[in-house]
Design a protein around this ligand. Structure first.
Ligand code: ATP
Length: 199
């Protein structure tokens, strides 16, 4: 699985449609201070489902929409598309090319899609779970991250190791199963109450 390209429109400093192709080998993004290098990485984070505006250096999510500059008017929509080459079927999907997209409008309306099919954030999370690429994985190491890992509490460090070892997916499934079990138990209790009343 490889990143093929990233398309950004109206996201942070990218007013116009900008496409970055990731060719084989290493891709470096260089530019003067404030030219938008970190914004490119944040666009990848965002399209993978980032929910924290703070992580994206904003106060609220609409702050990521291009807010205007001396040469361009503000826009009302941010959109990021990430294309992945999945010919090796590394991601559990029948498609050899996967396009993840996310849109946000100033009204607050937002939209996710996988291969042009509208989907939920959960579908994107599930797609990347345990691939080492989703949010919470270590495929993106931001400035200050390494120091944060070293200074983290033992429990936090354990969760980092669990994520890297692929245990997280099963913990997540266990949590979902436990929720369903307690819901079913509540339903059974209710049925028992009704049976008792009918006797
Ligand atoms: P450095 O080398 O200093 O780390 P950088 O190249 O990583 O800089 P970024 O931090 O990615 O640059 O980009 C910062 C620029 O993005 C600033 O000029 C800021 O005004 C601009 N910017 C951020 N959010 C928005 C927005 N919503 N609308 C317009 N411009 C924005």
């Amino acid at each position: 699985m490889k990143l093929k390209s990233l398309e950004i429109i109206g996201f942070k400093s990218f007013a116009n449609k900008t496409k970055i192709n990731f060719n084989n080998g290493l891709t470096e993004i260089v530019g003067p201070n404030g030219s938008g290098k970190s914004n490119v990485i944040e666009a990848i984070r965002w399209v993978l489902g980032e929910q924290s505006a703070k992580t994206l250096r904003g106060n609220k999510m609409p702050d990521i929409i291009f807010s205007g500059s001396s040469t361009h008017k503000a826009v009302n929509r941010a959109e990021v598309k990430l294309t992945l080459d999945n010919t090796d079927q590394y991601i559990n999907s029948p498609y050899s090319e996967i396009i993840i997209a996310r849109k946000l409008f100033r009204s607050g309306e937002s939209q996710y899609s996988i291969n042009n099919q509208e989907c939920r954030l959960k579908d994107i999370n599930n797609l990347f779970m345990d691939t080492g690429m989703g949010l919470g994985s270590f495929s993106i190491i931001s400035q200050g991250n390494i120091e944060k890992i070293f200074n983290s509490k033992p429990e936090e460090r354990r969760s980092i190791i669990e994520t890297a070892a692929g245990v997280f997916k099963y913990k997540h499934q266990k949590h979902d199963a436990n929720l369903k079990l307690s819901q079913t138990k509540e339903n059974l209790d209710r049925v028992e109450d009704i049976i008792y009343e009918l006797k």
